[in-house]
Design a protein around this ligand. Sequence first.
Ligand SMILES: [Zn+2]
Length: 200
Amino acid sequence: MSSIDNEGMLISSKVELRRFPAIEQGDLRSVRALVVHQTDAPTAQHTFNSYRNKGNGAHFLIEKDGAIYQTASMKKRCYHVGRLLRSKCEAVDKSTCDAAQMKVIESLTWKLQFRALDRYERTKNYPERYPMNADSLGIELVGKHLDETHYEKVTAMQNQSLQWLVAELYGHFSLTSKDVYTHPQISYKHLGEAGSAVWQ
Ligand SMILES: [Zn+2]
């Protein structure tokens, strides 16, 4: 069993703490969901190097051999979800979308639709919409982006560590497996990112 210290770090013999303040972007007030990513880098070290500079990042990083690093405090927000959210009602069950709103949005040009959908989604509360940077933790798995629809396969050791990590986080934040998403599910990203991750 793990614990979380005052700094928002997960204390366990299974987690190595490597905090990078440069990727922390203000306070994260609530954790409602977990978002699984792949780094598009060959090793954890490549990601550590990029985390020395201010920019995008996530809270955890799992190396191909299953080693788990915590790279940001769980009390701090990281930029790991893209700027434009996808519509959850549209993906899950379109009949649950507000028909009048959707009609207005669909009358826009293709490009404007993405922005309008994002704006509309942000008026909702989780879980009616997908998670955002402001209410989720990001978990990166080391793995290269191969082509339009594929990333390297998540290793068995990574999936084993991911399962342990999400189980601990379910307990700490009262989440279930329904609160875990892959990056391309929730925002416009290369398909296939974290596609072979298994967490249940
Ligand atoms: Zn991602």
